[in-house]
Design a protein around this ligand. Structure first.
Ligand SMILES: [Ca+2]
Length: 482
């Protein structure tokens, strides 16, 4: 479709860091009135998926409109972002948009080594700080940075702004949720985490951080209302990957990459709708370009869902949007040889099929160097203490080695607790999903599917290497006794 006679909109893209929950979905242990407002006055999506559930590769797919295995070094965490991949903020800037970002843009990783001279999310607007009453920890005032960005806008230029909160990424101030008046009795942990007081309290700490993200979003929406521009702005709110708890962030289950997602555009999007179309993060860039009246970019392999947004319809709007693919390669270091844990996944209306290519490796780091592919947290500590005491239910779920194939009825088992891959009743289903996924990976030129799997482990890691396998070997090396 084309953009008709609508003026090209401003674009406000708000992305939380590690949030799985918003109250619009019925998650009642937190309150996100501003996300909920965007959803109520626009569209609430139920099936939007990151390409890769870790900060840097997820954000790279958003910016480039490409799948994670189409991004070379930018497929990895703490890697290099090659500038040969065009990013939508640059394309919009060339078309006359005023662009900028605050907080966390693309990262972590090195964009300068890849040839960018600024963060691929756009020029940075940082600096403002606030002292929130609930925790006493100074926080970034993203909304004030947004106002400065607006003040610098040339007359008549539309804007494109990336609001990348650092929240609810860890670390948290332990107990901040309870001190803010939340009760651990009001929350039930998911089935893959121990139902213990410390886990409930950890989830409440996470909740107040999600709410900070939302509160700042609310101030940005209020500013746009004040200037009379809210209805001329396409507002999209989401998160880069699932919550920073064991078996979620960085892993390969439904709640690790099914993201909260709401979009509002007063002049273009009819409100009050729930949309079930499958959308991949690589579809976001193409959508912004189409909203701006631009032709699709040859470097972007995702497809615009602007037509879904502006259709006024709900439920499954575009019948072709019935599945997505996800995957991962190397995230953090710490596995033997610093190799990645490669996975590819297909999610259809009913099923989640997971292919673990190296089942002999540990999925979340390893016991020798620590489980470094899992953020440190009170919940992680509890599970490791249980493991030391011989209780492995939750250890096996989060840190344990996994079979080469997993199959979940994800629509009915979103916590992915019942692996049906070994059940003969579903052998045909599993084979069909695998065949379909592999054919699509070939079409998308995934090096792993084309016989060049080793390339992913050759990419440079630019983060802290103190948890690397080499550092572990150096620390534990003993002089031979001779
Ligand atoms: Ca993240």
């Amino acid at each position: 479709m084309n953009n008709g006679d609508r003026p090209r909109p401003n674009i406000l893209f708000a992305i939380a860091d590690d949030a799985s929950h918003m109250s619009a979905y019925g998650h009642d242990f937190l309150h996100t009135p501003h996300f909920d407002r965007v959803a109520a006055e626009g569209a609430l999506f139920t099936h939007v998926y990151t390409t890769n559930p870790k900060c840097a590769p997820s954000r790279a797919s958003i910016l480039t409109g490409r799948h994670t295995w189409q991004l070379e070094e930018a497929s990895c965490h703490f890697g290099i972002f090659p500038a040969k991949f065009a990013v939508y903020p640059d394309i919009l800037e060339a078309a006359g948009y005023h662009v900028g970002h605050t907080g966390k843009g693309w990262g972590p990783g090195d964009y300068e080594a890849g040839g960018f001279d600024r963060n691929p999310a756009g020029p940075a607007y940082h600096g403002a700080q606030l002292d929130p009453p609930t925790t006493g920890i100074s926080k970034k005032d993203y909304a004030a940075n947004f106002e400065r960005f607006l003040d610098e806008r040339p007359a008549d230029a539309p804007f494109c702004f990336w609001y990348g909160a650092h929240e609810p990424h860890r670390a948290y101030e332990q107990g901040s949720g309870e001190r803010a008046g939340r009760r651990t009795a009001d929350i039930t942990p998911p089935a893959y985490l121990p139902d213990e007081e410390i886990v409930r309290s950890d989830l409440l700490d996470y909740a107040v951080e999600v709410e900070w993200f939302d509160e700042q979003l609310g101030r940005m929406l209020a500013k746009l209302e004040e200037t009379g521009e809210l209805d001329d702005t396409l507002v999209v709110v989401t998160s880069d990957n699932g919550m920073p708890f064991p078996r979620v962030k960085g892993q390969m289950y439904e709640q690790d990459f099914n993201m909260p997602f709401a979009a509002r555009w007063g002049r273009g999007v009819e409100g009050g709708r729930v949309v079930t179309d499958f959308v991949s993060f690589r579809d976001i860039g193409p959508t912004f370009l189409e909203a701006a009246g631009l032709a699709p970019h040859e470097g972007m392999t995702g497809s615009s869902f602007l037509g879904v947004l502006t259709s006024g319809e709900e439920g499954r709007v575009d019948a072709s949007r019935g599945h997505v693919l996800m995957g991962r390669e190397r995230h953090d270091l710490g596995r033997e040889g610093d190799l990645g844990y490669p996975v590819r996944v297909i999610r259809t209306d009913e099923w989640l099929y997971v292919r673990n290519y190296e089942p002999d490796r540990w999925p979340a780091g390893n016991p020798e160097t620590g489980f470094t592919n899992m953020d440190s947290s009170p919940t992680r500590t509890l599970i490791l203490e249980q493991h030391d005491a011989g209780e492995d239910t939750y250890f096996d779920l989060a840190m344990g080695k996994r079979p080469a194939e997993e199959l979940y009825r994800a629509e009915h088992d979103p916590e992915c607790m019942h692996n049906l891959a070994a059940n003969p009743e579903y052998a045909d289903t599993k084979a069909e999903l695998r065949t379909r996924m592999e054919a699509e990976l070939v079409e998308q030129a995934d090096p792993r599917q084309l016989g060049d799997a080793a390339v992913f482990d050759t990419y440079e890691y630019v983060g802290d290497s103190s948890h690397s396998w080499a550092a572990y070997v150096a620390r534990t090396w003993k002089r031979p006794n001779y």
